[in-house]
Design a protein around this ligand. Structure first.
Ligand code: PHE
Length: 522
């Protein structure tokens, strides 16, 4: 069947092809987590031996949850709040909770993309000089002496942030197919080519094999360490963007007869494939650094900001073809980051549109402009990097784990929706959801999430994250994660637009209005 036949003509305004949907979902999944998080997590988690916890987490938690998100969005045909509202009056709360989490992510994520834009330019003349770390926190970010928010604008960060926001809101205003789908269909191949070229160049560097050996040599003992398992699950959840309402939103825009599990498997394996690919590229480069400086690889590994903006520039200073490597690496970060950011902001836009009935452009601006302002004010200043680090740590641990576990338990045990969702998915899907899927979603995954939550709580209560001051952690860490469920509750109490159908559309959805990108509810 051609992909075009998979969507009814009446749904032109959602994703018009299955390909656009799959690319958009891959665009969301493949992000900074693949490039700068996975290689480190895999290395720390036992290298070659990490394959085992990683695959277990992927097959037994990531993919089943991805299917759940798809099933929710597709069966209940709505943004996260509307989909959950159609399950139960009390469910709407979970939907807004997820929306608010994506709003917080959407506030700090653009800053990283903005840095990567600047560093793409810096690669040309290696503007960071001999001490990339000093350059990053000093002349570039101008990080304040004491960690905390400030109002001292850093134009070198603020200006690219404004550019990132303009692109993102522009794409979103153009709609699901015309904006999100089209961008993904162009950007994902570009990303694969750019990163592929990076890997090829990286593998030719002297010392590349040393890096690969360090990454892939199995450390079987790591399998006995529970924290390795926890980090495998954490990596999978974050990397696949499951539990954030993103996949619910995207799945609500695909045609009725779409093969959901087949599409989901493509997305999941593409994401993991890219992760492996990134691991090879990053460790080949780290191997070069280690060889060059005469240190073991273990001394030079880093992740996140330290990898991208400190270790990488140091490598580019020495590497043959450094300029090319720099352009490819930072350019890839920009592209991967943008498609993820787009998916993050769409969650809220879609929710506001469902709730109030405003059009696409209005919905984009009502949410996007205030978000952009807050984002620029908080992150485009000398305190930005601390705010970013704090928000990122808290939102990605407690924020997400709690709502994901609660919503799954409620769907399974209180509202008993798993059999219905499975049946819905199975009607048109290649991989059938059988009893095992229900047990994973109802029991195994929530249990894992709750264990992770407890471990994170203990860690953060034992000592303040990064030793940051209590006010910073109190407001941008604990404050936000505690406020979100309450705010979500308030939002769920606000009235729906007139005429919206809050009933279960039914599995065949024959007499239910199609969800399109123009008035999603008729
Ligand atoms: N999945 C994205 C990544 O791998 C990150 C992300 C998580 C984006 C959650 C949006 C929401 O980087």
């Amino acid at each position: 069947m051609s992909s075009d036949e998979l969507t009814g003509a009446s749904e032109k305004k959602g994703f018009s092809t299955r390909k656009a949907f799959i690319f958009a979902a891959i665009g969301s999944a493949v992000g900074l987590g693949n490039i700068w998080r996975f290689p480190y997590v895999a290395y720390e988690g036992g290298g070659g031996a990490f394959v085992i916890p990683y695959l277990v987490a992927l097959l037994f938690a990531g993919i089943p949850l991805l299917f759940l998100d798809y099933a929710m969005g597709h069966r209940y045909r709505g943004s996260a709040p509307l989909a959950f509202r159609r399950v139960s009056r009390y469910g709407e709360w979970f939907g807004w909770w997820q929306v608010l989490i994506t709003v917080v992510i959407g506030i700090y994520y653009p800053a990283i993309i903005a840095w990567a834009i600047r560093y793409t330019g810096f690669s040309i003349d290696k503007a960071w000089g001999d001490d990339p770390e000093k350059f990053l926190f000093g002349s570039f970010l101008q990080a304040a002496k004491t960690p905390g928010p400030t109002f001292d604008v850093v134009p070198g960060v603020l200006v690219p942030m404004i550019i990132v926001w303009t692109i993102t809101l522009g794409v979103l205003a153009m709609g699901v197919q015309g904006g999100i789908g089209r961008t993904a269909v162009i950007f994902i191949p570009v990303l694969v080519i750019a990163f592929g070229a990076l890997v090829v160049v990286a593998l030719t560097l002297p010392g590349a094999t040393t890096g690969l050996n360090a990454l892939f040599t199995p450390e079987w003992g790591a399998l006995g360490d529970p924290s390795v398992w926890v980090s495998a699950f954490g990596q999978i959840f974050f990397s696949l963007s499951v539990g954030f309402g993103i996949m619910i939103t995207y799945a609500s825009y695909v045609g009725r007869k779409t093969d959901l599990t087949g599409s989901g498997s493509v997305v999941a394996f593409s994401n993991s494939g890219f992760e492996l690919f990134a691991g090879i590229g990053v460790f080949a480069v780290l191997g070069f650094l280690a060889t060059n400086t005469g240190q073991p690889v273990g001394e030079v590994v880093a992740d996140g900001i330290g990898l991208a903006f400190v270790a990488f520039p140091a490598i580019l200073n020495e590497a043959p073809a450094g300029v090319l490597l720099g352009l490819l690496f930072f350019g890839s970060l920009v592209v991967a980051g943008l498609t993820s950011l787009i998916s993050v902001v769409e969650v809220g836009i879609s929710a506001i549109r469902d709730k109030t009935g405003v059009g696409r452009v209005a919905g984009t601006m009502i949410l996007g402009l205030p978000m952009a302002v807050v984002s620029c004010v908080l992150l485009g200043t000398t305190g930005g990097v601390f705010v970013l680090d704090t928000m990122d740590n808290f939102i990605n641990s407690f924020g997400i784990l709690f709502v994901a576990a609660l919503s799954m338990l409620a769907l399974a045990w209180v509202w008993k929706r798993l059999p219905g969702l499975a049946e819905h998915v199975n009607a048109h899907s290649s991989i059938k959801l059988l009893g095992w899927w229900r047990w994973l979603v109802a029991l195994v995954v929530p249990a894992v999430l709750l264990v992770m939550l407890v471990l994170e709580l203990r860690k953060n209560l034992a000592e303040p994250y990064e030793g940051y001051p209590a006010e910073l952690l109190g407001v941008f860490g604990w404050g936000i994660v505690i406020a979100i469920p309450f705010l979500a509750m308030l939002l769920s109490l606000l009235p729906w637009q007139r005429g919206v159908d809050l009933e279960d559309p039914g599995s065949d959805q024959l007499d239910h209005a199609d969800r399109t990108d123009e008035g999603s509810l008729r």
